[in-house]
Every structure is written in C-alpha cells, then in structure tokens.
Write a protein that binds this ligand. Structure first.
Ligand SMILES: NC(=O)c1ccc[n+]([C@@H]2O[C@H](COP(=O)([O-])OP(=O)(O)OC[C@H]3O[C@@H](n4cnc5c(N)ncnc54)[C@H](O)[C@@H]3O)[C@@H](O)[C@H]2O)c1
Ligand SMILES: O=c1ccn([C@@H]2O[C@H](COP(=O)(O)OP(=O)(O)O[C@H]3O[C@H](CO)[C@@H](O)[C@H](O)[C@H]3O)[C@@H](O)[C@H]2O)c(=O)[nH]1
Length: 433
C-alpha cells in the first residue's frame, strides 16, 4: 500500500520506517527540514534502539523516503497523522495547533477514497470535529482514529508487534484499510478493537492515565514505607503477584516523565473538567501532584544525606533522560532534580549514555561528564536518576574508590542495598531500607 506519515518525530519516524519494513511504500512528511534531511540520509534524529536498522533498510529498498512537501503525500491510500500535541503554554489542555495545521495542509492533496488515520494523542471529541472537513475534501475520503501505544526504547518492536490495535471508525471500509496496513500482525492474531471515534480517543488517554496512576500509587506507598520502615520494593513484589494487580509499573522512585504521561494526564484532566467532571478528575490531578512530589522528596533526601545543605557539594547525577534507552529529556525527573540541586548551590556533574546533548539544550549550565567514572570522581553524593543498564550493573566497591564520600541515593530503587552497604556505601532508596 502507499502510505504517508505526517510528522516524523519520535512516533512518526518509527511508524514510517516500521511500515516500510512491512513492505509498504511510505513517505514521511515533516515541516522540520533538518529532520527530513537527517532521516533521508539514514540518520535517526534521536536515540531509539532498532530504528537505524529499519530506517536504513527502508531507504535502501526505495520503499521509504522523507519530504517537507505535502504534495509528495498526494498518492497515498492512507495518511497517518503523527504530529505533536504538546501541553499548551500556560494551561493543561492539549495544544492542537500542529494537528490543525497538518490537516489543513493535507486536505488539498487528498485523493478520492483516501483514509486519514490519526495517531496523535488527542482530547476526546477531536476526531468528530475533524471528520467533516476530511470527508468534504475528496470523494469518499474519511477519517479513522488509530491511537498509538508504543513505548520509547521499544518503539520499533511495539509498532511491529503491538499488544492491540484500536480503530475508531465510521465505516467497515476504514477498518478494512487499516487491517490491510497491519496485515502481518492481524494475521498473527493481534487483537483489534473496532469502535467509534470517542472510544478510540479515550482508550489512549485512559491507558496512560491508568499507567500514571499505578506509578503514583506505588510512590505513595513508598512514602508510607519511609514513614514506617517498610520496604516498597518487597511490597510491590508481593502485591504484584496478585494477577489482578500485576507487577509491571509498580516501580517506585523518581516517578514518571517524558513526552507522554505528564502532558497526557494533564490534558485528560482538563478535558474531564471541561465535560463537567472536575470532582471525579481530582484523582488524576493528585496523580500528577504525587508524581512531582517524588522529585522534591529526592532533593530533600540529598539535603539530608549531606547534613542539611547541598551548597558547595559535588553531586554526581547518573542519568538525565526520562527513562533508559532513550535520549528524550522532555519533562525528565532526572533533569528537574539536577536543576533544583544546582539552584540550591550544589555542583551537579551529570552523565548519561545518550541524553547529554538534549539535556544541555534544556539546561545549558549543567556540568557534564562523558563517563560514570568522571562523574563520580570526587563526589560527595551520587544520585542514580535514570536506571540505564550500566548504572544498575555498577560495581559498588570499584565505584566507592572514586567518590570522596561513598553516599548514594538510588532514585529508581534498582541497586542491591546490601551489596552497596557491604562495599562501604551509605545507601538510600525511596521507600526502601
Ligand atoms: N513519543 C511517543 O512515544 C508517543 C507514543 C504514542 C503516542 N504519541 C503521541 O504522538 C504524537 C507525536 O508525539 P512525538 O513524541 O512523536 O512528538 P514530536 O514532537 O517528537 O514530533 C512531532 C513532529 O511533528 C512535526 N510537525 C509539526 N507540525 C507539522 C505539520 N504541520 N506537518 C508536518 N509535520 C509537523 C514536528 O516537526 C515534529 O517532528 C503526540 O500526540 C504524542 O502524544 C507519542
Ligand atoms: O514502574 C514504573 C514504570 C515507569 N516509570 C516511569 O514512567 C515514565 C514513562 O515510562 P514508559 O511508560 O515506559 O515510557 P513512554 O515511552 O513515555 O510510554 C508511555 O507513553 C507513551 C506515549 O503516550 C505510550 O504510547 C506508552 O504506552 C506509555 O507506556 C518513565 O519516566 C519511567 O521512568 C516509573 O516511574 N515506574
């Protein structure tokens, strides 16, 4: 099939390359010339495991190309919309200006029967609003909402082998077209839910709200654990054995960040409030507040570990990205903590396998080190903020030799406290003994 992907950021670039990998002819369209140039040259503009390989293979096969010119999308049977829907400046609602602009520039190029499939995360009601314009643009053109559930760090795998597909459609034909796009996974038995626009849009925001709630729940438990001497990781293992609860997304620590969960729960709460459900959506506001408090808790733990003040102390920060296997620092808890400690007068030396260039763009005053050893050397305190594999695997004895004071705060509760204490470290987790 001929496909276009409009918006080639984290989601769109992966989607375009993965669709070419499935054998489709794909053109990726983006307004960002530098991004288009980079993708056309086979260079992924961000770190995502597996993306360079599918990108290169797609370009080499001639099935994948990128352009800034929407006219190049004109012969596509299905157009995926993957532009950003960030938080609006000064409010919690989703900013739909990129989506509006992308749809407006696509309309004149739609051929008869073309399907526009929205993948961006949007407030419920958005598709309904856009549908008429798309239907009027070309004979038989229509809109589907086909939300995306990929995780950064696993984006290619999640795109090719998702847990489920969700199609918000108004016709069987639209569902059939999407089935044709995803034929391989559909034939392999991936569940697919065919529903209306509103339900499809809500599945996405509800899923992210649920995941965020799970994380904030366990982070509240980590506070109770701290107050009572209990251990939140043991608690999570124990409740996680109950299949109705499940162990995943019960890792207490610095909490969630990134380009999705924080802005999506805020936009969902804002939409709920707009719908007159403010009382019920208060819980989601609290999920957000609990999450942000974890960052303050870590800063407070650093102050306490350093005897009441971080001023003048050298603090090694391991990890700046919002999660491992990504270079994304959007709403990164690690970087927020770095900024806060810096404001309090600490000398923060940060390291990260892939995230430093993006971190420096957001926080130019950040002092960086290109290796863990250089970051830790002479440190009064080490803070593990993003659980990259290399930090989980650190040798406590070898690391102790580098630090001025062997003190560590494990902001992701991933290290073995006994092993670190045995190597002479003063170890603190969040809600963990
Ligand atoms: N990042 C993820 O893991 C992920 C996963 C699922 C869903 N989503 C959702 O997908 C959407 C995109 O997220 P992202 O992280 O890829 O954002 P992003 O900011 O990385 O990418 C958006 C891209 O759209 C481009 N763009 C903006 N206006 C355009 C226009 N008029 N025409 C063409 N291109 C345009 C931008 O230049 C940018 O490259 C959001 O709604 C997000 O919530 C993201
Ligand atoms: O037990 C956990 C699990 C995750 N996190 C944090 O939560 C954030 C988000 O992690 P994750 O959900 O793995 O990353 P994303 O790539 O942001 O993916 C989420 O957001 C995407 C965009 O909407 C969705 O498509 C995905 O399904 C959804 O998992 C990160 O900061 C993690 O450190 C925790 O603190 N504890």
């Amino acid at each position: 099939m001929r496909l276009s992907v409009i918006g080639c950021g984290y989601l769109g670039a992966v989607h375009a390359a993965a669709m070419a990998d499935l054998g489709h002819d794909v053109v990726g369209i983006d307004v960002d010339e530098a991004k288009v140039q980079s993708l056309s040259a086979g260079r992924a503009p961000f770190h995502e495991p597996g993306l360079p390989e599918v990108l290169e293979a797609g370009l080499a096969s001639g099935r994948l190309r990128f352009s800034t010119d929407m006219a190049d999308a004109a012969d596509a049977d299905v157009h995926f919309i993957a532009v950003g829907t960030p938080q609006t400046a000064g409010s919690d609602a989703a900013d739909l200006t990129y989506l509006e602009a992308a749809v407006a520039s696509l309309l004149p190029h739609l051929k008869p029967g073309a399907l526009v499939a929205g993948k961006s995360t949007v407030p419920v009601g958005t598709a309904e609003r856009l549908a008429e314009r798309i239907e009027a643009a070309a004979e038989g053109a229509e809109l589907a909402w086909n939300p995306e559930f990929l995780r950064e760090g696993f984006a290619v795998k999640d795109t090719l082998h998702p847990d489920r597909f969700v199609y918000g459609v108004r016709s069987q034909r639209a569902a059939d077209l999407l089935d044709d796009v995803y034929r391989q996974a559909i034939d392999a038995g991936t569940p697919r839910i065919v529903t209306d626009y509103a339900t499809a849009e809500l599945v996405k925001t509800a899923a992210n709200a649920f995941l965020a709630t799970k994380i904030s729940f366990i982070n509240v438990m980590s506070q109770v654990a701290d107050a009572t001497g209990a251990d939140v990781t043991v608690l999570a293992d124990a409740i996680g054995h109950d299949a109705r609860i499940g162990r995943r997304f019960l890792n207490a620590g610095l909490g969630f960040g990134g380009g999705c969960l924080p802005k999506d729960i805020r936009a969902f709460a804002a939409r709920g409030e707009q719908l007159g459900l403010a009382d019920s959506f208060a819980f989601l506001r609290e999920v957000d507040a609990v999450n942000l408090r974890q960052r303050e808790r870590l800063v407070a733990a650093a102050v306490e570990a350093l005897g009441g003040s971080v001023t003048g102390a050298r603090i090694a920060l391991l990890g700046v990205t919002f999660k491992p296997d990504s270079d994304d620092v959007r709403d990164s808890p690690a970087l927020d903590v770095a900024e806060r400690l810096h404001e309090l007068g600490a000398e923060v030396v940060a390291t990260d396998p892939y995230g430093l260039p993006n971190a420096l763009r957001r926080f130019p005053a950040l002092v960086t080190a290109s290796s863990t050893e250089d970051a830790v050397r002479g440190a009064d305190l080490v803070v593990l903020a993003t659980e990259w594999r290399e930090y989980r695997d650190l040798d406590p004895a070898a690391t102790a030799v580098l630090a001025r004071h062997a003190r560590i705060i494990d902001g992701r509760n991933v290290l073995d406290p006994a092993a670190w204490r045995a190597a002479g470290w003063e170890y603190r987790g969040l809600g963990r003994r």
